[in-house]
Design a protein. Structure first.
Length: 163
């Protein structure tokens, strides 16, 4: 893109200089629907380059709202990814309540960017299933390890002096 702009500017500058340097600049006559336009060849080159830049500017202005919406959607998606990553890190660090709150923020959000991306949806389901496992494991007491007595038996043994 930069090379193209530099080449166009070089052609424009060359045409501008040729207009003043050359003794015979050439002659262009354009007749269209009763209108007649007369100019030199460097003048025609300058007009064509200016018309090209004008069309490019017009196309850019027309495409600007679409580009702006795409950039906003990309930023929202990046924010959702960051929230999902934060929820996964919170879950891995053992803070299930904070992970649940972060996931709740993701679900309560009014912008459906997260649901539009299959990759994010799969990651969200993975975090939810891990969160359910953590919360169900926290609700159930852990079984005693093999060979160890339950805590009540330890209390009885210590009171009877048989440790």
């Amino acid at each position: 893109m930069r090379f193209g702009v530099a080449a166009l500017l070089a052609v424009l500058l060359g045409a501008f200089l040729a207009h003043f340097v050359l003794a015979d600049r050439g002659y262009v006559l354009v007749s269209f629907r009763g209108y007649v336009i007369e100019m030199s060849v460097p003048g025609l080159v300058i007009m064509l380059v200016l018309a090209y830049f004008g069309v490019r500017t017009l196309v850019t202005v027309i495409e600007l709202p679409r580009r702006w919406r795409a950039a906003r959607a990309r930023r929202r998606l990046e924010r959702r990814d960051a929230q999902l990553t934060r929820a996964q890190l919170q879950l891995q660090s053992g803070d299930a309540a904070a992970a649940f709150a972060t996931l709740q923020e993701l679900e309560d959000s009014q912008q459906p960017v997260l649901a539009a991306s299959g990759e994010n949806e799969g990651a969200l389901h993975a975090v939810k299933s891990r969160l359910q496992l953590v919360s169900s494991a926290a609700a159930e007491p852990l079984p005693p390890a093999r060979g160890l007595a339950p805590p009540e038996a330890d209390a009885q043994q210590s009171s009877s002096g048989r440790l």
